[in-house]
Structures are given as structure tokens and as C-alpha cells.
Write a protein that binds this ligand. Structure first.
Ligand code: ATP
Ligand code: MG
Length: 418
């Protein structure tokens, strides 16, 4: 690399090899599972007007106040590279009249952008899979969405990750809890971190989410949501937990779990690796793989009618770190050695026929013709097909130690072809 070759932007990744296969495996598995639950695919713009995020997510959140990539475009509009999917999907729901499809089960995946300190499992451009149910007020929607997340992790072969579940109550419960938290933290204000002192009045729930030790010492005795839940909120949470039990989804109550974003109501959850598990080891400090909850108040913040909704997002990179080798490409079916340049036409015909029959095929047709067969025999494949021309006749020979009938399948495919 010469000195004047531009470097990649800090916090971005060029994903290649086994990592790229693991990434694709996560996305493919998500695509399969979301169809089992009848989620419809949506494709969203990578940027939106800045206000879409500042209004939906909330000015006092870390995402909006510190992490957004915002810029003025050539027309003078303030735009932002999406830091999450939900706000943009909510905007689209309103601007496109998707109410007609409610309850709308939507799924998508793609890149997100947050100005964070890059480290293992934390990037400035990262990727998420995302699932939302919009226009559904009943707890069964939460259950279905969580069952899908749980099945996805199982199908990815990820073990040792548990659903941590909380309720933030309805607007009434949440307001009372909020006031009690302000009272409680005010008494110990001087001992809190600077960040928490600052968010005490504006966003005291976020103190519960703090990773700072100065804050954590006060968390055990902080007021608990359960003391403020209205009867309705209690009934809602019970319907969610009994639904999860019926669906066979394991969960654990996490009383101080709050989500970083302002718009959450009722159900809030994260899938977190169990302490000491291989998954916890693999992820290090960045441990949450999937998070979400119910956001009944979000549509109103964008000027829409009240619309109940629930959703989750998971980091593809973090999931990919947990699937590991499982995602390697399967063994190659056929390696083809073209031993004579004049046989290239026949070789291409054969390769095309085999690929159309669903076999994976690679071709060795460059370098010294005499060495191609040796090269091909060193490739790990289920079968080796050599193609040569002798006395003007095209010769095709299959060698395979595979006992599944692959040799006769290839012979049959090539029979009337060459
Ligand atoms: P964290 O507490 O790790 O910052 P968060 O609450 O900001 O997470 P969400 O906004 O809920 O995360 O995003 C859902 C998921 O997206 C996370 O659980 C994680 O897997 C992934 N994620 C979030 N931020 C990043 C990032 N900067 N790099 C890689 N993955 C990320
Ligand atoms: Mg974050």
C-alpha cells in the first residue's frame, strides 16, 4: 500500500472470508425465519430528515445527542444517516398510508450509522436485522415477536443467550416511576456520574442503564417499576409472560432493564449471553445481541394518530461472532480441470449444466494445461471432472469417492451434451 492510498473510515469494516460467510448466514437465516412468521419485507432509505430521528427517538438520548451522523445537503436540508430502523419505518408508515395494512408485520436489514467509540463488537457503520409489528395493541403481538427472536437464535445454533424481560408500564405507571426515580437520585446526586447528574431531571430512567460504577452502587435500592404499575399494565405484562411460557420461550425478569430510547412503553427486552458462557466470552463487553420493546407513543411524536407497535433489532456482527464456523461454505461438489485449451467450450457447457442442476462447481482453466489436473486434485471437492481432447474427441472423466450417486448424476448430465 502506498502512502497516498486512502484509509478506511474509523469504525467501518471490510468484511471478508469466514466473517462474511457468517454475516450472510445470519441474514439468510433471518430471511427464512421471518417468512415462517409471515413478516413482510420492507426496504428503507439509508437517510432521512434529521427531525425524523430527533423527534421519534428523543433529544435527550445518547443516540440523538451524541451519536448521529447529520449533515446539510446541497439544498440546505438537515439530513441524518439512519442510526436505527424504527423511526424511519414509522415515518414510512405515516407517509405511505400503511395503516391500511395494519397490523403490519415488517422486516428489514441493512447498515446503520452511529458516532461511537469503535471497539470489538461496536462500530460506526454496523448492520442490523429488524422486525416490527405496527398497529397491534394486544400482548400476543409481543409474544409472537419474541418467539420469532427466540427461534432465530435457535436456528442460528446460538446457545447460552437468555431473554431478559421487563415492563416499563403504561404512560401513567411510567410517569409515577419517573417521578420516584428523580426523588431518589436527587438525594444522592453528588455521588452520581456527570452524565447521570445531567440526565437526572430529563431522563432518569437512563441512569438505571448506566455502565458507570458511581451510578451502579445506587441501582439496587432504586424504586422499582412494580410498585407503580397500574392494574392494566400489570395485566398486560402477565399476558406477555404467560404467552411466552405457552410458546416455550424461556425468559428472566430484569427489573432495572430500560432501553436507551425514549419511545418505549410496556414490554422492554434484551437477549444477553449468560455469565461465563461461550457466548459471553466471544462478545466481551458488548454483550447485548438483540433488543427491543413496545413503542406505543412513537407515531404521535411524528404527528400521526396513536398507533400501538412493538419491535426489535439485532446486531448482525454480534450474531455473526456467535455463529462462528457453522457458517462456512459447504464442501464444493465438483472441481473441473480443463486439460486442453480447445476443450474450453465443452467445459463451459458441462459447468453450466451442472450448476443449473444445483451442483456447486469451480473451474481450473488457466496456467499450464499439464498442471491443471494436479491442481484440481488438491482442491477439496466431492468430485473431480477432467475434460480433455484426444484424437479430436472430447473426453470427460469423473473421479469421486462420494457414495451418494454423485458420479452417476454427473455422467447422466453430460451424456448427450459433449
Ligand atoms: P448498546 O447498549 O450495546 O449500545 P443499544 O441499546 O445502543 O446497544 P440498540 O439501539 O437497541 O442498541 O440496537 C440493537 C442491537 O444493535 C444491539 O443489541 C447490538 O447488537 C447492535 N448494535 C447497536 N449499536 C451497535 C454498534 N455501534 N456496533 C455494532 N452493533 C451495534
Ligand atoms: Mg448504544
Amino acid at each position: 500500500m502506498s502512502k497516498n492510498t486512502p484509509k478506511a473510515i474509523r469504525g467501518t469494516q471490510d468484511i471478508f472470508g469466514a466473517d462474511a460467510e457468517a454475516f450472510a448466514y445470519v441474514v439468510e437465516t433471518f430471511e427464512r425465519v421471518r417468512k415462517l412468521y409471515r413478516f413482510r419485507r420492507v426496504e428503507m432509505p439509508v437517510f432521512e430528515k434529521t427531525e425524523v430521528f430527533s423527534r421519534a427517538i428523543g433529544e435527550t438520548t445518547d443516540v440523538v445527542s451524541k451519536e448521529m451522523y447529520s449533515f446539510e445537503d446541497r439544498g440546505g436540508d438537515s439530513l441524518t444517516l439512519r442510526p436505527e430502523f424504527t423511526a424511519g419505518i414509522a415515518r414510512a408508515f405515516l407517509t405511505n398510508g400503511w395503516q391500511q395494512h395494519a397490523p403490519l408485520k415488517a422486516a428489514t436489514h441493512g447498515p446503520l450509522f452511529r458516532y461511537e467509540r469503535p471497539q470489538k463488537g461496536r462500530y460506526r457503520q454496523f448492520h442490523q436485522i429488524d422486525a416490527e409489528i405496527i398497529g397491534a395493541a394486544e400482548p400476543q403481538a409481543d409474544v409472537e415477536l419474541l418467539a420469532m427472536a427466540d427461534q432465530l437464535l435457535k436456528e442460528l445454533g446460538i446457545e447460552g443467550v437468555t431473554l431478559h424481560l421487563n415492563t416499563l408500564g403504561d404512560a401513567d405507571s411510567r410517569d409515577q416511576w419517573r417521578a420516584a426515580l428523580i426523588d431518589y437520585f436527587k438525594k444522592v446526586e453528588g455521588g452520581l456520574s456527570e452524565d447521570s447528574q445531567e440526565r437526572l431531571e430529563k431522563n432518569p430512567l437512563r441512569i438505571l442503564d448506566s455502565k458507570d460504577r458511581r451510578d451502579q452502587q445506587f441501582l439496587a435500592d432504586a424504586p422499582k417499576i412494580d410498585d407503580f404499575l397500574t392494574d392494566e399494565a400489570t395485566a398486560f405484562f402477565e399476558a406477555v409472560t404467560s404467552g411466552l411460557d405457552a410458546a416455550g420461550v424461556k425468559w428472566k425478569r430484569a427489573e432495572s432493564l430500560v432501553r436507551g430510547l425514549d419511545y418505549y412503553r410496556h414490554t422492554a427486552f434484551e437477549f444477553i449471553p449468560d455469565e461465563g458462557s461461550a457466548a459471553a466470552e466471544a462478545l466481551g463487553a458488548q454483550s447485548t445481541v438483540l433488543g427491543g420493546g413496545r413503542y406505543d407513543g412513537l407515531m404521535e411524536s411524528l404527528g400521526g394518530a396513536p398507533t400501538p407497535a412493538v419491535g426489535w433489532a439485532a446486531g448482525i456482527e454480534r450474531l455473526a461472532m456467535l455463529v462462528g464456523q457453522r457458517a462456512e461454505q459447504p464442501l464444493l461438489d465438483v472441481i473441473v480441470a480443463v486439460e486442453n485449451d480447445e476443450a474450453i467450450g465443452s467445459a463451459l457447457k458441462s459447468v453450466s449444466a451442472m450448476r443449473h442442476a444445483g451442483l456447486s462447481v469451480d473451474l481450473i482453466a488457466s496456467g499450464s494445461p499439464k498442471k491443471r489436473f494436479d491442481k484440481a486434485s488438491k482442491v477439496n471437492a466431492r468430485a473431480l471432472l477432467s475434460i480433455d481432447i484426444r484424437d479430436g474427441e472430447t473426453q470427460a472423466n469423473v473421479r469421486s469417492a462420494d457414495a451418494t450417486g454423485l458420479t452417476s448424476q454427473i455422467d447422466a448430465l453430460l451424456k448427450n451434451l459433449l
